[in-house]
Design a protein. Structure first.
Ligand code: ATP
Ligand code: MG
Length: 301
């Protein structure tokens, strides 16, 4: 299938899940179990669609790299076991590793805590021509840190700067940071993979029961479950406060992995597809250079 056609279909698939104006957004309007117009028996077709998407993405990324103007920043946020890792693995499977970087942001260490909270992520913003994937991001600062405000004490922020306004300040920081990046040619695409509490439980149990999945389980993971409602509030607020045309959120139902992956792939294709990518033009001087090189190569030695 022609890439241009894939871009069009991808745009249609991703649209219902895109949030660009947070004012009207309510998390309760998104059902984690939703599969759009697709049903469980369409799963094989969804897998085929993903494969077509993976090929289109490879071509778009090649042009992104050759053109060397835009950078693409893809952010993944989710509760544990929502399928971030799997989505990254499957959707990016066809992409040239040289043009793509994945960073996983864990709990900040001492060096990181000695800086402002955007510092460590700013260092990892992709360079022009590349796709950068953040597996978690600075959004943790208004998610886990908001749910567990005691974490703030490790951040060594001067006391008089910490107050009720802190979260609003952070939303403003993030909005400004993303606007700044967008104005510098970084296309931003943010995902919240929305899994239900029941499905998370099922996946945790699977991790406990299947030996090959045991390694994925961490006792810390279940410690967050009692705070589920607080997390959902924090996610809703973060999305409402930071959704923008230049930095849309995609709130993707995540109880069915095959569906999540199709939508994530579609949204990334849509993002790249909107950049009007093309291979650099070969000007007259360059054409001459190529012709000289060709003659030199063909000359008998
Ligand atoms: P997986 O569990 O699939 O390996 P993960 O992204 O959950 O992936 P973990 O090592 O389990 O990785 O978790 C990272 C932890 O770091 C999360 O609990 C997250 O909330 C926490 N974290 C990330 N950034 C921050 C931050 N800025 N402040 C506090 N905690 C953070
Ligand atoms: Mg984890």
């Amino acid at each position: 299938m022609k890439t241009r056609r894939v871009i069009k279909i991808a745009g249609r698939l991703a649209k219902p899940f895109r949030v660009t104006d947070g004012r009207k957004f309510r998390l309760k309007d998104v059902d984690p179990g939703e599969t759009g117009t697709l049903k469980a028996e369409d799963k094989p077709r969804a897998k085929e669609a993903l494969q077509i998407g993976v090929e289109a993405l490879a071509e778009l990324q090649d042009m992104l790299y050759a053109q060397d103007r835009w950078a693409v920043l893809v952010i993944f946020q989710a509760m544990d076991a929502a399928g971030k890792d799997g989505a990254i693995k499957h959707v990016m499977s066809g992409v040239n590793p040289q043009g793509c970087e994945v960073y996983s942001f864990k709990s900040p260490g001492p060096n990181e805590l000695d800086h402002d909270y955007l510092w460590r992520t700013h260092l990892r913003v992709p360079e022009r021509g590349r796709i950068g994937i953040f597996n978690r991001s600075y959004y943790e600062e208004v998610l886990v840190v908001r749910v567990k405000p005691e974490l703030l004490q490790y951040q060594k922020i001067p006391a008089r700067l910490v107050g009720k306004h802190l979260w609003d300040d952070r939303y403003e920081d993030i909005r400004s940071f993303e606007r700044y990046l967008a104005r510098n040619g970084v296309a931003i695409c943010k995902f919240f993979l929305h899994v239900s509490r029941e499905e998370q439980k099922r996946r945790f149990l699977e991790r406990l029961e299947r030996p090959e999945k045991n390694w994925k389980f961490s006792a810390n993971d279940i410690r967050e479950r009692p705070y589920w409602k607080d997390y959902m509030h924090a996610y809703e607020d973060a999305i409402r406060e930071t959704a923008a045309d230049h930095a849309p959120w995609y709130v993707v139902p995540a109880d069915n992995k095959w569906f999540t992956r199709v939508i994530v792939g579609a949204a990334i294709i849509h993002t790249l597809g909107s950049l009007d990518l093309h291979y650099p033009n070969v000007d007259k001087a360059k054409r001459k250079e190529l012709a000289v090189a060709k003659r030199a190569l063909l000359r008998p030695t």
